[in-house]
Design a protein around this ligand. Structure first.
Ligand code: FAD
Length: 394
């Protein structure tokens, strides 16, 4: 009788309740990660694939310190698990946001002995009323802020030393020069909390490496836990003083929670043309227009620069994402889900809830009552007045 730790978007050893519990309750432990079978319209970005590979190598080396092998398999989740799990095994896993993810969990729970845990978000669904999620972000934020407490992160099982990354990657040419994996994520967290975070509120709309935390990629595949980020942020606040910027990083992490908990509440609705709103919406699907958008050939330099950046690096700043999404939806009038799918294949930080939640928001079919629209010319004058970013990427 053994334990199987089923790794998903929780690719770490730190703050990992499933791994910790398996180690406490079993002597024989195997770990498995099932690579996604791609069935989408766009080819997977090379940077996204690289980041995943580096993450898995780092996890495998951490697990090997306590004699656990990480098996990396490919195929349909339930088929792979059916051939991997022995009838008397117990499957340990963390619950994940997403309809396909929830369906796999149900299948496994119905068939095997399981232990499941919740660590993907800072706050949990039971901490708030579902009414808060049907309303807007502010109602949700007020509710969780009134609660005021956080779940403490767990340390890794004894015997594992999360390897220290010697240096944080430094390619000054790009905003996201980082490697995948828990070690690189922890190094970036240390680097960012040492100083840049204290001016985050002023810089967060910029396009450079330290203008924002860049933590999203590790948070998305779970090589960094949001509870660990919060605990380290609070420590930095105690040591150096809290300010508006340190609060704002928490504020942005709440957006992540909000989209996750909304998706858990609303199931597959965020994939519909009408999103969370009632009824369907009709959108255009013009392949040539979408192709020009993807290739950075719209003729609008600011939009093209961002699209070139994501194609080459797998990264785009939040401001850039808002501008190119608004352009595809409101100027080209294309189906917002085409853009969401393209991002799904390219972003190193692709996260189902944050991606579809933000795209739906800009398309005016999310929780919000207003439809944001970003004029790229005005945005360029405001955020790239000297055109440094635009010239770099066009
Ligand atoms: P910071 O500004 O340093 O923020 C700290 C953390 O807060 C981020 O790492 C992230 O976890 C969270 N966060 C910040 N802004 C948001 C937001 N608007 N929504 C949800 N969480 C947020 N984020 C993803 O993680 N994955 C996605 O697939 C994704 N797709 C997006 C698509 C569109 C069209 C838009 C407009 C935004 C999308 N975002 C997505 C949200 C946001 O752009 C990124 O989280 C952010 O740019 C990541 O950079 P950072 O880590 O430096 O963020």
């Amino acid at each position: 009788m053994g334990a199987v730790v089923w790794y998903r978007n929780d690719l770490r050893v730190d703050d990992h309740e499933a791994l910790r519990s398996a180690c406490e309750e079993h002597d024989t432990i195997r770990a498995v990660y099932i690579k996604h079978q791609k069935k989408r319209d766009f080819e997977r970005g090379t940077q996204q694939a690289r980041f995943e590979q580096e993450t898995l190598e780092n996890l495998a080396s951490h697990l090997s310190q306590i004699g656990i092998t990480l098996d990396i398999l490919e195929g349909k989740v339930h088929e792979v698990l059916d051939s991997y799990v022995q009838p008397d095994d117990t499957v340990y896993f963390h619950k994940m946001t997403g309809t396909e993810e929830a369906a796999s969990e149900k299948y496994i729970e119905d068939k095997y002995s399981t232990r499941s845990f919740e660590t993907q978000t800072l706050h949990r669904r039971e901490d708030i009323g579902s009414d808060e999620l049907k309303r807007v972000f502010t109602a949700f934020r007020k509710r969780v802020e009134a609660k005021g407490t956080f779940y403490d992160p767990l340390d890794p099982p004894s015997g594992i030393d999360v390897m220290k990354e010697e240096s944080v990657a430094a390619n000054p040419e790009i905003a996201f020069p980082f490697r995948g994996g828990e070690s690189a994520g922890r190094a970036r967290l240390r680097e960012y909390l040492a100083e840049p975070v204290f001016t985050y509120k002023e810089t967060r709309n910029g396009f450079l490496r330290n203008d924002s935390s860049k933590l999203s990629a590790w948070l998305a595949n779970g090589s960094l836990s949001s509870r660990r980020v919060m605990a380290e942020l609070q420590k930095a606040e105690r040591e150096k003083g809290a300010n508006e910027s340190t609060y704002w990083l928490y504020f942005e992490l709440l957006w992540r929670d909000f989209f996750h908990l909304t998706m858990r509440e609303t199931g597959s609705r965020l994939f519909r043309s009408g999103g969370l709103q009632e009824g369907q919406r009709t959108w255009k699907r013009d392949e040539a227009a979408v192709e020009r958008w993807i290739e950075g050939e719209t003729g609008v330099p600011f939009v093209d620069a961002f699209m070139n950046e994501i194609r080459e690096t797998g990264w785009m700043s939040n401001r850039g994402r808002q501008i190119v999404a608004s352009y595809l939806i409101h100027e080209l009038k294309q189906d917002w889900r085409i853009g969401a799918q393209y991002f799904e294949q390219q972003l190193v930080d692709y996260d189902v809830a944050s991606n579809y939640g933000n795209w739906a928001f800009i398309a005016g079919v999310g929780n919000a009552t207003r439809t944001p629209r970003f004029d790229p010319v005005f945005q360029q004058q405001r955020y790239d007045p000297n055109q440094d970013f635009t010239k770099r990427w066009t």
